[in-house]
Design a protein around this ligand. Structure first.
Ligand code: ARG
Length: 597
């Protein structure tokens, strides 16, 4: 065993903080990992220290076990050798080798206090800026014209939006693209239906029942031979750029965009009309896509359609799968548009990363598009295209979430219901708020609950849409986190104190203070982990842990009635920083953090 640091004396820390941040990153785990790496490198360059949080100490490094196996030595001996090589005296009170060869590390209070002060005075709360900022295109939301947005679009919209916020926060240049389905064969029937309904149809559409409009058009198409013929001719007119047809098409698009805007506004997402780059945008580029694919010899004719067969994609019978670029009727489909979009994003926008926030069922389509784009040279080395896939929203019966009549659930109505339910839930609780503030808080709470339920689920997983669960004030929910934030703010209101200067040194005596500091210092790592996994769920999990750790702190460590002034000031700093991290963290999820509830 090897003991570093000043033992007891250093547990009580009240002297000079470390504004110079001589340890670099605030997150102690990264600092420790860097130091340990030196010791591991001496034995085998690049050997992973395998450092993780531990309940035996603050952190535990388990890398000696795997390394010992490779070196054919005893793991304990390897662990001792690593420990002998690393100097963490300024970071740790205690470093010990335990069990088969674990390295247990207990951080010193001065180190923690100093890192905390550095984080508290930092406007970015210790979140590192990207070393190499990238230009990232995020393709998300993607609703379809003349159809209501449904829960599938909810997922894409809220996950994509949070990813944009996180990317932006760490300094990447984000280009949001809303790949709206505004082109293709259904528009023949939709336009003909609009003509049949006549003048008044536009107002009827404004009522917002896009789905009914679509259904009626579909029904005429299915039952009426002449309507079907008209629809086919109309598609041709649309594609050839007939002005009258385009004018009717624009009416449909505009009404649909109004509908999305209403939903985006309710959701509080970043998307604006300027982010819409619909399928129609790529229409003029599609012939070029086909031509260039033909030029490179990738195009093959199959059943009259122009296809590319990217290697590695097979159907159930083991036959090669085609990506159909141009159909036998010469029309272009979804795949051609996506190929044109990849090209445009790389060539015109200069993207070095393209994220597709699209449901898992489209995985094969996107993988094939990426493969063909690679083959054609449109996705050069150094440009990543990534499918940020997500699972389904399920109903209480564990099947796809549907309304009682079996239709897909309309997002707009769902969000209204969320706000109503939040208002009801709030009415059951005591509050010192005015009615107007309460209405605003109900919106923040209801929408936050829906978003958080979605974002806190690891995105590949399906989740059950459950009002009671997502609106609960206890458990891993939006309201719990918002309430935790408001409660901290209420400490300051009740005590009639303003937040202290963040540079005030903190004293870490109580174990709950220590746990809170450790948790706070992990914020940067949580943001990085969310980006790494392109999954806001990592950040959600971190914030939930923070709220829980803060709750134990607050139960055990009186803040306003702390034993002495120094402790009170220190605890106020910790409380204020906790609220700031909650607010910024929720903000990165696109969720509001009300001052009071
Ligand atoms: N409109 C599509 C849908 O509703 C989503 C578009 C996704 N983006 C893309 N580039 N394919 O499923």
């Amino acid at each position: 065993m090897w003991v570093a640091g000043g033992g007891e004396a250093s547990r009580i820390f009240g002297s000079t903080p470390n504004p110079a941040r001589e340890w670099g990153m605030p997150d102690p785990k990264s600092v420790l990992a860097e130091r340990l790496q030196v010791g591991f490198d001496r034995l085998e360059p690049g050997a992973d220290p395998v450092l993780r949080a531990s309940d035996r100490a603050d952190f535990q490094a388990n890398g000696a076990l795997a390394l010992a196996k490779r070196l054919g030595r005893s793991p304990r001996e390897v662990a001792e050798a690593v420990v002998a090589q690393v100097d963490v005296a300024d970071l740790c009170d205690l470093v010990e080798v335990s069990g088969p060869g674990f390295i247990n590390l207990t951080l010193s209070a001065p180190f923690l206090a100093s890192q905390l002060s550095a984080m508290a005075v930092d406007g970015r709360l210790g979140v590192e800026q990207a070393v190499e900022p990238q230009r990232v295109v995020v393709d998300y939301s993607g609703p379809n014209v003349a159809k209501e947005m449904h829960v599938g679009h909810l997922r894409s919209t809220v996950i994509g939006d949070s990813i944009c916020r996180i990317l932006d926060f760490v300094g990447h240049q984000v280009i949001r693209e809303n790949h709206v389905g505004d082109w293709g064969t259904p528009f023949g029937m939709l336009i003909e239906h609009l003509i049949d309904l006549g003048e008044g149809a536009v107002e009827e559409l404004s009522v917002g029942d896009l789905d009914a409009f679509y259904r009626q058009a579909r029904e005429s198409f299915d039952t009426d031979q002449t309507f079907r013929e008209r629809s086919r001719r109309r598609v041709v007119l649309l594609q050839s750029g007939d002005e009258e047809t385009l004018a009717l098409w624009r009416i449909l698009v505009a009404e649909s965009v109004r509908h999305y805007d209403a939903v985006y506004e309710k959701l509080g997402v970043l998307l604006t009309d300027d982010d819409i780059v619909g399928e129609s945008f790529y229409n003029p580029m599609l012939a070029g896509v086909v031509e260039d694919l033909r030029g490179t010899g990738l195009l093959e004719e199959s059943d009259g359609a122009q296809c590319v067969f990217p290697p590695g994609f097979e159907n159930r019978n083991g036959e090669p799968l085609p990506l159909i670029v141009q159909k036998s009727d010469e029309g272009y489909g979804y795949a051609a548009t996506d190929l044109a979009a990849v090209r445009d994003r790389v060539e015109r926008l200069g993207a070095s990363r393209i994220l597709y926030v699209v449901g898992s069922p489209q995985s094969q389509h996107l993988q094939m598009v990426f493969a063909v784009a690679h083959m054609a040279g449109w996705l050069p080395e150094g440009v990543d295209a990534v499918h940020v896939a997500f699972g389904s929203v399920l109903g209480p019966d564990n099947k796809m979430f549907k309304s009682r009549s079996g239709e897909s659930v309309k997002l707009d109505a769902l969000l209204d219901e969320a706000v109503e339910r939040a208002a009801t839930a709030m009415a059951e609780r005591e509050s010192d708020m005015q009615a107007v503030d309460r209405a605003a808080a109900a919106r923040t709470l209801g929408i936050g609950a829906v978003k958080y339920a979605d974002l806190s689920t690891e995105r590949h997983r399906d989740y059950v849409f459950d009002w009671d669960r997502m609106l609960a004030f206890e458990g891993n929910t939006g309201p719990y986190l918002q309430y935790a934030h408001a409660r901290i703010r209420s400490i300051f209101r009740r005590g009639n104190v303003t937040a202290p200067d963040p540079a005030v040194p903190v004293t870490l005596v109580d174990p709950d203070e220590r746990s809170l500091v450790l948790q706070l210092l992990g914020f940067g790592e949580a943001v990085a982990a969310s980006l790494q996994a392109t999954s806001p769920s990592k950040l959600s999990a971190y914030l939930f842990d923070l709220a829980s750790v803060f709750t134990s702190f607050y139960e055990n460590c009186p803040v306003l009635r702390a034993p002495d002034d120094e402790t009170r000031r220190s605890r106020l700093v910790l409380s204020d920083l906790s609220a700031r991290v909650l607010a910024v963290g929720l903000g990165l999820l696109g969720i509001g953090a009300p001052e009071r509830m």
